[in-house]
Design a protein around this ligand. Structure first.
Ligand code: 0RA
Length: 647
């Protein structure tokens, strides 16, 4: 870029509104005030550094979680300008930190490509922090300004010399605003890993000063990718069996729109397309994904026809068949993105479809021409997918004919509730017939239904699609829920119109087997009923681990800390004088105990299952359920207590 169109002039900063509004209605600006919003603050600050990196001026970003759960984000960019802003009558740094939306809108030459979902800027983070410190190194000098709840404590001041350039922002999230103030390393790590893949060449180091792994050394990871999305796709498929050895990687600029796509095929039956616009995960897809799909279908279809493979196979192929076993990541940078859809994560810009279609069509047909062996493997897989789809349709018709929409034909094992309004109703999926029996006795019959599942359900990660529908336990889940497959315009789509429960609660033993069953069931929901997770209908019950007794005091405990607190309180730390019952299974509890600890909506805890990061969840499920034992063992060792995946 030339000097002319990058030169910063403070007057270009658009001044919109004050920060009081942000503190009054924080959710409007950052989505929510729970764990998600808390982590969003970090993304908002990191995005500014990513923008500086995309402009070509920054290579390294450091993110530090401090002991008090404050966060620092430091970069080696040019440093936020500190010169005087004519209109606002204050330093540009102060404008960026205190004026809503001032952050990225500098001039036409540099549009803000990065950006958190809400793209609200660092001033929102400032408004929602009890304290924030901004430090800038620029022009051989060091500057500082501090703020409380967004208000500057003093004018920007010079505090010495500097032999580097860059920006460092340290903030303390306001505990009176957020319902959760403890940062989770894994949530931050997953997003920063994505960002490193999406923006090749940048190094992002995350350090957790709360966790000393050995003396003087804290838990830390550096995320860096030289090859960008090519490496991202390799990572996502690292625990799957490859169908072709290569990742097809497209990195180009079409009419001023940067398009990067990487794709490969594995031998599984899943389709995994992850898409991003300006580094934002577009969960609902949009025109960039449509363009990609069209290019894929057209190019592969043409190849299959030209090579006469289809003719020989005598099978009708549809669009879905081309995507079985596909793993792809699509990333576009759009100057003025229009986001639509329920969660504003669906790209609406029409021109992007053609742009992606052209880029992918050209690159994919070249690849097929140059790699006949791989091309044949892909088309063979497509033909197999078509045959399997036809077999699955037969299996599905069988399931759905047996249980017509009228509500008759509910599974024999289901103990249904009497209320018929789905909003009031809960379905418990319970491990084992014996615990199922206890739950049936303990439940509230009006609103709580029980479906016992026999032991471990089918591992859907490895089963052919029609096998999934032939599995007795899985058929029972479909029919109990009232959910069917296939709508007028999409044969694979889930039809949830007749969904009978708005809470689906997985209730298993609090042991290793139980957590394995949780994972099997969650994998099933993630791959086959993802919409229900996305709508927030899927939960995991939390049965207690212990019943502690001393004299006539009785307390249930969910953690070892709670148990220790009981021992300290009632037996001055002497474990031998208390009676501790370790619940190994749900079946060890009486119906009354199960109700009062785990099922009673008044005092139970449910963990809602959420997909915080689709790419990472995809990786986790394929890894947990795949053949490769080594990474699974590592995951389980690192996560000794089972955590809801990204929830
Ligand atoms: C606009 C102009 C210039 C720097 C930045 C923005 C900038 C912002 C942030 C936010 C976090 N880190 C950042 N680093 C840089 C400088 C323009 C110039 O020096 O000419």
């Amino acid at each position: 870029m030339s000097e002319e169109n990058t030169s910063y002039s403070a007057k270009n900063i658009q001044v919109l509104e004050g920060l009081e509004a942000v503190r009054k209605r924080p959710a409007m600006y950052i989505g929510d005030i729970s764990e998600r919003g808390l982590h969003h603050l970090v993304y908002e600050v990191v995005d500014n550094s990513i923008d500086e990196a995309l402009a070509g001026y920054c290579k390294n970003i450091l993110v530090d979680i401090w002991e008090d759960n404050s966060i620092s984000v430091e970069d080696d960019g040019r440093g936020i300008p500190v010169d005087f802003h004519e209109k606002e009558k204050k330093s540009a740094l102060e404008v960026v930190m205190t004026v809503l939306h001032a952050g990225g809108k500098f001039d036409k030459g540099t549009y803000k490509v990065s950006g958190g979902l809400h793209g609200v800027g660092v001033s929102c983070v400032n408004a929602l922090s009890t304290k924030l410190v901004a430090e800038v190194c620029r022009g051989g000098k060091r500057y500082i300004q501090e703020y409380a709840c967004g208000k500057p404590l003093y004018a920007v001041k010079e505090v010495g010399t500097a032999d580097k350039t860059g920006t460092k922002v340290t903030f303390h999230p306001d505990g009176s605003i957020f319902t959760e103030t403890v940062y989770k390393y894994d949530i931050l790590a997953n997003r920063l890993r994505d960002l490193a893949y999406l923006n090749a060449g940048i190094s992002i180091t995350l350090t957790d000063h709360r966790e000393e792994v050995e003396e003087g050394k804290f838990r830390a990871d550096t995320f860096h990718s030289e090859r960008g999305l090519g490496e991202f796709v390799e990572y996502l498929d690292s625990t799957r069996e490859h169908l072709i050895p290569d990742v097809i990687h497209i990195n180009t600029d079409k009419y001023g729109t940067p398009v990067e796509v990487a794709m490969t095929y594995n031998t599984s039956y899943n389709e995994n397309i992850h898409s991003y616009v300006n580094n934002i995960n577009t969960i609902e897809g949009g025109t960039h994904v449509t363009g990609f799909r069209m290019a894929l279908t057209r190019t592969l279809k043409k190849y299959a026809e030209d090579s006469k493979m289809l003719e020989k196979a005598k099978v009708d192929i549809n669009g879905d068949d081309f995507r079985e076993g596909l793993t792809a990541v699509i990333s576009v940078k759009v100057a003025e993105p229009q986001f639509e859809g329920q969660t504003k994560t669906k790209l609406g810009n029409d021109d992007v479809s053609g742009i992606v279609q052209q880029a992918v069509g050209e690159a994919l047909s070249n690849y097929l021409e140059e790699h006949p062996k791989e091309a044949r493997a892909i088309v063979d897989k497509v033909i197999l997918a078509a045959r399997a789809r036809i077999a699955a349709r037969k299996a599905r018709d069988l399931v759905q004919r047996k249980s017509p929409m009228g509500g008759a034909g509910l599974p024999g094992k289901l103990a249904d509730c009497s209320d018929k309004n789905p909003e009031n109703c809960e379905l418990f999926l319970v491990e084992g017939d014996s615990a199922g029996g206890t739950a049936k006795q303990g439940r509230n019959r009006t609103t709580q239904a029980i479906l016992p599942l026999r032991g471990k359900i089918l591992n859907v990660e490895k089963a052919m699609p029609h096998k999934v529908l032939e599995s007795e336990e899985i058929k029972n889940i479909y029919t109990a829920l009232g959910v069917t497959i296939g709508t007028a315009d999409d044969a694979k789509a889930l039809n949830t119109e007749k969904l009978r429960y708005h809470k689906i609660i997985i209730m298993t033993d609090a042991d290793v087997d139980g957590s394995h069953i949780d994972t099997l069931i969650l994998t099933f929901f993630f791959r086959h009923m993802r919409e229900l997770i996305e709508k927030g209908y899927v939960y995991i019950a939390a049965p207690p681990l212990y019943l502690c007794k001393k004299g006539n005091v009785e307390e249930y405990c969910w953690t070892d800390q709670q148990k220790q607190a009981f021992i300290d309180k009632y037996a001055s730390g002497n474990e031998n004088s208390v009676n501790i019952q370790r619940y190994k299974g749900l079946g060890e509890m009486s119906a009354e105990q199960l109700w009062s600890t785990t099922m009673n909506p008044e005092n139970r805890t449910l963990r809602q299952v959420a997909i915080e990061n689709g790419a990472q969840a995809d990786y986790t499920f394929s890894m947990l359920m795949g053949d490769d034992v080594a990474p699974r063992r590592q995951f389980i060792e690192e996560n000794a207590t089972y955590a809801t995946i990204d929830a």
